[in-house]
Ligand binder design. Structure first.
Ligand code: SF4
Length: 346
């Protein structure tokens, strides 16, 4: 199969060197966050003196919308807004409305820590957001506070979740990163809490993203262990993926109480079906979450380059892509100066 252009009835297909089509675009709208999650933005690195991106280096909403539009010409249909914490960027609803006005974007979502969601849920939905994913690493304040290192209460995240549900931003997915010795005891309470609810929990293996979270393989709770923990109490059966590139392996409770997802980048890599590109808040294109370097798009969109020239550049980057970090992860790769997750979004 080769690249194909879009038509009124078909979406373009742009393939990388492993035959993976470009379909999902994750856009980080800020590198700032009001949390300091130990697996993403550890305080000893992202302390009070940390230099965040200056405003003039951050893509404007118009630049983001233009780039997203060009990516749809290559086959992107799903756009996810991320950060840092995307809701710390002002007037995000304006960007949502801009992206929503592009009919080629069929799924427009947001990943948030939920802390500001109660304030924005209704206006985000009004602007055209499809769904939200909320990060929540425990249900008890001591464990949650330890994971987010901002002593942020669970209740406020739950309030945001209710507001999002009320605004029609469901079905809500809840992302829980599990780190051994930190919150694995919170896995079962999390599973119990969301059974028979409209939300589904995705349990995420702790990953060696970036180069400052002090990752060790010993701190990873394998997805198989999480599955065993939950199914010992609530029997589960595997579900077929709904589409290529689905990140989570999904399981349904045999008693009908809903489903869970397992995201096992460390023990069960899924690079073979990875259809995701990422743009950082300052306009760099990354073709893998564990990349060391990106491709500068900001100078392109701020030059007099035409849409066709930028589209050709995006196509060339993707056509040459051969990332499969998780399949190649080793003691040597863990120490690489990989880009920080808070900079390109999960
Ligand atoms: S490691 Fe890179 S290539 Fe593999 S699934 Fe993750 S983002 Fe995709």
């Amino acid at each position: 199969m080769t690249d194909s252009a879009s038509s009124p009835t078909t979406t373009a297909v742009t393939l990388d060197t492993r035959g993976r089509p470009l379909r999902d675009l994750r856009i980080s709208v800020t590198d700032r966050c009001n949390f300091r999650c130990v697996y993403c933005m550890p305080r000893d690195t992202f302390g009070p003196d940390h230099a965040f991106l200056p405003r003039q280096e951050i893509l404007t909403f118009e630049e983001i919308a233009r780039l997203a539009g060009l990516f749809t010409r290559l086959g992107v249909t799903k756009v996810r807004l991320t950060g840092g914490e995307p809701l710390v960027r002002r007037d995000l609803e304006t960007l949502v409305a801009m992206l929503r006005s592009n009919p080629a974007i069929t799924d427009l979502t947001l990943t948030t820590n939920g802390s500001l969601l109660a304030r924005h849920a209704r206006t985000l939905a009004g602007a055209g957001l499809s769904r939200v994913t909320i990060s929540l690493d425990a249900l008890d304040d001591p464990t949650f506070g330890r994971m987010n290192d901002a002593r942020f209460p669970v209740a406020q995240v739950m309030e945001g979740m209710r507001a999002a549900e009320g605004a029609g931003l469901g079905p809500i997915k809840v992302n829980m990163v599990v780190k051994r010795g930190w919150n694995e005891a919170a896995v079962l309470p999390m599973a119990r809490h969301f059974r028979w609810s409209d939300q589904s929990v995705r349990f995420i293996e702790y990953m060696d993203v970036g180069h400052s979270n002090g990752w060790r393989l010993d701190d990873v709770v394998p997805a198989s262990e999480i599955l065993a923990m939950i199914s010992a109490e609530f029997p589960l059966e595997p579900m077929a993926p709904t589409e290529r590139g689905e990140v989570a392996r999904r399981y349904r409770y045999t008693d009908g109480a809903g489903e869970i997802g397992l995201i096992a980048s460390v023990t069960q890599p899924f690079c073979g079906d990875c259809v995701r590109a990422r743009i950082s808040a300052d306009g760099k294109l990354f073709t893998c979450l564990f990349a060391v370097a990106g491709h500068d798009l900001r100078s392109l969109v701020r030059s007099d380059a035409s849409d066709e020239e930028i589209e050709a550049r995006l196509r060339r980057v993707w056509n040459l892509r051969d990332d499969r970090y998780s399949e190649l992860r080793s003691a040597e790769t863990v120490g690489l100066p990989k880009v920080e997750m808070s900079y390109i979004g999960g």
